[in-house]
Design a protein around this ligand. Sequence first.
Ligand SMILES: Nc1ncnc2c1ncn2[C@@H]1O[C@H](COP(=O)(O)OP(=O)(O)O)[C@@H](O)[C@H]1O
Ligand SMILES: [Mg+2]
Length: 644
Amino acid sequence: MVPGTCLYHGFSCEDAQIRGEIAPLLYNARIRHSVSRTQIPGGCILFLSQGFNMRTSNYLLSTLKESPAEAVLESHKLMVRAGYIRKLASGLYTWLPTGLAVLKKVEDIIRDEMAKAGCVELLMPFVQPADLWKESGRWIHYGPELCRFKDRHNVDFVLGPTHEEVITALARNEIKSYKQLPLNLYHIQTKFRDEIRPRFGVMRAREFIMKDGYSFDLTTEGLQKSYRKMYRAYSNIFTRLGLDFRAVQADTGSIGGSSSHEFQVLADAGEDVVAFASESDYASNIELTECLEPKTPRAPATKPMGTVPTPGCHTVDEVAELLKVPANTIAKTLVVVGEKKDPEDKGPAPLIAIVLCGNQTLNEVKCEKIEGVKAPLEFATSEQINAFLGCHPGSIGPVKFPGKIVVDRTAAHMADFYCGANHDGEHLSGVNWDRDVPEYTVADVRNIEEGDPSPDGHGTIVLKRGIEVGHIFALHTKYSDAMQCTVLNEEGKPVNMEMGCYGIGVTRVVAAAVEQHHDENGIIMPETIAPFNVTIVPMNMKKSEKVRDFCEKAYKELTAAGIDVLFDDRSERPGVMFADMELIGAPRMLVVGERDLEKDQVEIRYRASGERKSVSASDAVRTIISEVKAALGELNSKAKPQEE
Ligand SMILES: Nc1ncnc2c1ncn2[C@@H]1O[C@H](COP(=O)(O)OP(=O)(O)O)[C@@H](O)[C@H]1O
Ligand SMILES: [Mg+2]
């Protein structure tokens, strides 16, 4: 290997240390996969430990021809088939060696960018005392995803779904003075969320691994700086992982706080929808995207209110079909549960009507934030509706609705519209706001749609699907207020610390990478997170000493140079070996046959392009080393330095 070039970054580090004292170390070291780490002054960080060099004969390859029947996403199917993961129970997965190799590389890139941003790693327990959750208030608010249990002394505990409470309790004890700030602490730890519908393999699991970090600052300006650093670190991480992603404005959910960005990997299989503006770089999760009030004024009422028979019609589409009118002339009324004024009140909870234009959909996140609406959002059941109105849920309308009415901004512009009559069998026609429904409030409660004007005023909205792989929040003092997490400022006065929290779904990242990088033959991992940089596939090795000797030598030399190699020494049929090595996602394959060797030739096959290249046998190892370095360098060098 050329001294002065770091295999980890794949490019010259331009510092003398690499050339001098570190060079011999670099030559022998297994770089990445942190066991111990050496920070080179002014240079890069080396991770020194065992790499992923394996012989298939002494490995658990565990590839499968068939994908599990329940799998719908390509990433789920391929991760099982390629021997990355195995299901233990719903939402619980074992990481097999090949998947774990990828996972560790993801973690290493995260650790490297965290170190560059000045963050410090620690490790907090997975099991947490309920007392802390009672202190923060989330014991009540978190909902059934929080897995609660009692120990033998009848004391309440939870399986950590996240670690704000634990870190805040730690910080209030350990951080005494402003002189210790700013501080950014993180860990990479298992989480448990009892998801209602665990699905898509490790994409939405119950047990998963998260990198979660927490920043502590004295002032809001300090927090803003910490937040910007994490924004950059996260952008660097997902860039180096080779993912096509966008940072988008996001809702703050149960974590709380003010500003928040999600890092979304763009993929049709994503569960999230991101709204992009056609003429600016505005991007937000549609959970949050504001729908502007229509520009044109509402048309005047021209028709008297009347009734039309609609026997057996319960949906907007059925009514539209029967009456031969477009869905946007029909108001859709949904009923949600409201908050009781007096929590001690034993009677039924109030019900709230939410009215939308018939062709539009409810945004549950916006709805949950409306005053009086119960959070987490609860739709009224058919029984509740029947007891309240004496009709079917498909027959509800705002006219004479005996409760609070919330009308979406767009629906509030409807005139002469149809709606449910609050009894079955007919609908109302020619309905108009104010005249027929005097009392209602207007709010933005619908999902934005393609073609709607962008809330930033620049062009129209384009929608794309995304997988949320990271999420950063400016929490400010939400937890430090609730849990009295103070620090002494310059005047010696205790002030609540300004906090931020920053998460990456480490296991989900692997699934997202597979979702973005695969073809009909299997996974095609980017170089930085490939389980192996190269596989060696010998033809007829049992019979050919020449092939065996060449492969053994290449394996040793590549390993010594820090390349991750899988040597397929099973002596299987070539077709079987090719299929397996293509499936697992290594970027290249070194194919060695006796006839080729006699001409001093071997073949390198490239997974992404499908290209096959004959190279001189004596050059093959050197070629592979320099290509791996170049590919690593290309991705890693896209990371931007942290500003000071
Ligand atoms: N059930 C899950 N399975 C796998 N990864 C998850 C799961 N839930 C959350 N994550 C990952 O953890 C990151 C941080 O979680 P957070 O933003 O708190 O979750 P959420 O957006 O679901 O409330 C998410 O960006 C996502 O990548
Ligand atoms: Mg999130």
